[in-house]
Write a protein that binds this ligand. Structure first.
Ligand code: HEC
Ligand code: HEC
Ligand code: HEC
Ligand code: HEC
Ligand code: HEC
Length: 207
């Protein structure tokens, strides 16, 4: 690219950003807490949460907690690409072709599957298109000692998925909600931390 066309391109980007600024600003703090209703009440707490055994009336242990399915069983892409991707219904059917067929919502799930229709999940997180975000960069970033930059243990020393820093304790949510503002300030606050040493160049996130 010539110096001139690069300057023109930079100017276009800056003008574009300024135009969206007013709008972006207005919406910048409304994201936190957003928890849209989903077509099937899929519970992360039940699917990904830790098991909890309790004795039933006959004294037999039953799992009243979660099934502890790892995040990446369903969200297969975050270590490999930009997007984290939602599971296809086929992933649900690995179990639900035989499991839970007495439950109303499992039957609804099977109806989508039988009709060959994808489940119309409603997006929870959705940044504007002028922001570039890449899951894999974050999940594979390592420090000089070769340890992951994003924490994998909680303060109490309990292991946690690296997703938790940004998405919160999803494994305890009945309905997924946005846990932070997900605005520019939030990104930069972490990028500026000395242990993160992540870029604060405009073009890193606006390319
Ligand atoms: C059994 C499959 C399954 C497992 C395991 C699972 N998820 Fe999900 N996840 C889904 C489905 C289906 C959705 C879409 C419905 C919804 O938002 O509740 C979803 C939605 C999400 C979203 C919101 C996506 C958006 O639209 O912005 C996040 C964040 C997320 N999951 C994180 C996690 C994390 C972190 C874990 C591990 C603790 C995890 N998931 C485990 C199936 C799964
Ligand atoms: C590894 C196996 C497994 C996978 C994969 C799985 N589930 Fe489940 N799911 C279960 C089990 C076990 C139950 C509990 C069934 C019961 O209590 O009889 C269940 C229960 C449910 C229920 C009913 C909850 C209730 O108590 O009414 C829904 C809805 C559900 N799953 C949706 C999904 C969706 C959507 C997916 C795919 C994104 C999925 N599941 C993937 C194992 C799985
Ligand atoms: C550094 C913060 C960060 C971490 C760590 C992180 N995410 Fe995300 N996640 C985001 C952002 C930001 C978005 C919104 C992306 C967009 O709208 O373009 C997002 C979106 C998603 C979505 C919606 C689909 C998509 O890609 O837009 C899912 C599902 C998801 N994340 C799951 C996960 C899982 C599972 C993990 C852990 C393996 C994880 N995330 C780790 C910040 C993070
Ligand atoms: C919890 C901390 C944290 C949060 C929150 C976070 N990041 Fe990052 N980001 C990192 C780390 C760590 C790296 C990798 C730095 C390295 O090792 O090169 C990174 C790298 C990046 C890169 C690659 C930079 C390059 O040089 O190519 C982009 C782009 C990026 N982040 C965008 C975002 C955006 C957009 C958001 C907010 C929606 C965000 N990040 C939120 C920690 C974070
Ligand atoms: C680490 C990632 C990151 C970096 C670095 C970054 N931005 Fe942003 N920027 C974002 C995100 C995320 C948004 C979206 C905010 C929203 O929608 O709430 C945004 C939004 C904007 C907006 C729209 C107004 C607003 O506040 O929502 C402008 C203008 C902007 N950025 C300019 C810049 C400039 C100029 C730089 C360099 C000094 C820069 N950005 C560096 C992540 C970044």
């Amino acid at each position: 690219m010539t110096g001139r066309s690069r300057r023109v391109r930079a100017a276009v980007v800056v003008i574009g950003l300024l135009l969206t600024a007013a709008l972006g600003y207005a919406f910048s703090n409304v994201r936190k807490g957003y928890a849209p209703r989903q077509p099937i009440p899929f519970s992360h707490k039940r699917m990904a949460g830790a098991p909890l055994l309790q004795a039933n009336a006959a004294g037999e242990p039953v799992n009243v907690g979660g099934f502890g399915i790892p995040c990446v069983y369903c969200h297969t892409m975050p270590y490999k690409g930009r997007h984290s991707t939602l599971p296809s219904t086929a992933v649900c059917m690995n179990c639900h072709s035989t499991v839970g067929l007495n439950k109303e919502w499992v039957l609804r799930l099977k109806e989508y599957w039988d009709r060959g229709e994808p489940i119309p999940w409603v997006k929870v997180h959705d940044l504007p298109d002028f922001v570039y975000f890449d899951h894999s960069v974050h999940l594979t970033a390592k420090n000089e000692r070769g340890e992951p930059k994003l924490p994998v243990v909680e303060e109490q020393g309990k292991r946690m998925p690296p997703c938790q820093t940004c998405h919160g304790k999803v494994d305890q949510m009945e309905i997924v909600s946005v846990q932070h503002s997900f605005n520019m300030q939030w990104c930069l606050d972490c990028h500026r931390k000395p242990e993160m040493r992540a870029s604060t160049d405009c073009v890193a996130c606006h390319r």
